[in-house]
Design a protein around this ligand. Sequence first.
Ligand code: ADP
Length: 253
Amino acid sequence: AGRRLPLPEAQDELRSLAGALNDLLARRDEAADRLRRFTGDAAHELRSPVASIRVQAEVAVAHPDPELSQEVLTEVVRESERLSALVDGLLTLARSDAGELPPAEPVDLSVAAVDAAARCSGDGPAVQVHVPPGPCWVLAAPSEVDLVLDNLLRNAFRHARASVTVTVLAGVTSARIVVDDDGHGIAPEHRARVFDRFYRVQDDRARSSGGTGLGLALVAEVVRRRGGAVRVGESPEGGARFLVSWRAIARPQ
Ligand code: ADP
């Protein structure tokens, strides 16, 4: 006869096998729930700019008045831009969910931060950039670093009263980017959720300023898949502080 497990031992093994199987099923159900929610939310978010573009276009067709058309077309352009941003964000998230990573190379955070500040600042709040004396290398795709900086800086400029500060800190094992603003900040009860897809603290405000609710979700996704971390807190000026840490790498050859 083949080797048999004594009954009490067999029961233990079966119980742990059943436990492992149940965990697996629960995880699969959670993933399916997340996917369902995400698809529903995405459809809901896409619907609003599409509906708005349609209504505006119908108004323009029904009332061929040049002054009104100008106003309506401006709104159509704005909503189309939001739609494009949403679709781009969804595509980036879908690629990331599918495990597609753009090729990584050494990126100097200091150079990227200075460039992003120049790109994102306008006539509004002033920006200060503090970078370490030497370069600050991390391993990532340049497009990922730009996505992180652009989203954090655009949010900071959108919410700041008068000033935005970007600081790059080079450590031995980690390289950090800190983005501070002097706006109204993010209340502690919202902090854990601002990185969720489509989560907004103030709905109307974010929508009317062209926000998609995907910016911080993209930032968190990009940073985590490169082994980094992102946190939100309060800046010394009372506004929001976003802190991103990456794994530092030695100077590339
Ligand atoms: P959105 O594109 O709608 O701004 P995000 O994912 O970038 O979406 O941000 C999520 C929410 O976090 C926003 O609705 C906004 O209310 C809040 N938020 C983000 N950055 C800041 C900031 N610097 N100051 C205050 N609130 C912020």
